[in-house]
Design a protein around this ligand. Sequence first.
Ligand code: ZN
Length: 114
Amino acid sequence: MAQCLHCQKKGLFLSIDKNGLCKSCLPIVMFTIKQILRVLEESINFAENGKTYKTRLSRCNDVLEKAQELRNFEDLGIPTIEPKPSELILEYTNYRDKLILEKAGGASSKATQK
Ligand SMILES: [Zn+2]
């Protein structure tokens, strides 16, 4: 029996698309994912190419926040992005740590130069 991954509705005559979603969920879920992706892409761009440390760090947090929203869909088994949101979260958690470490390292070396 078909079951929608999003609303958990099931039925013999329920039609489910290739993403595992019923007709009422499909447009809502696709719209939500699209909105998240738009912000996510922009945030990734600024997180990696932002002019200042502050921009990169705050955009890094945005990336993590948005990836977390996508992860809710991943947990339901609904496909979103490749690499998977959970992998993106891992990658950006490391990247954020690296940013913070670099900043800390840079600040201390400046202090010792004085
Ligand atoms: Zn549904």
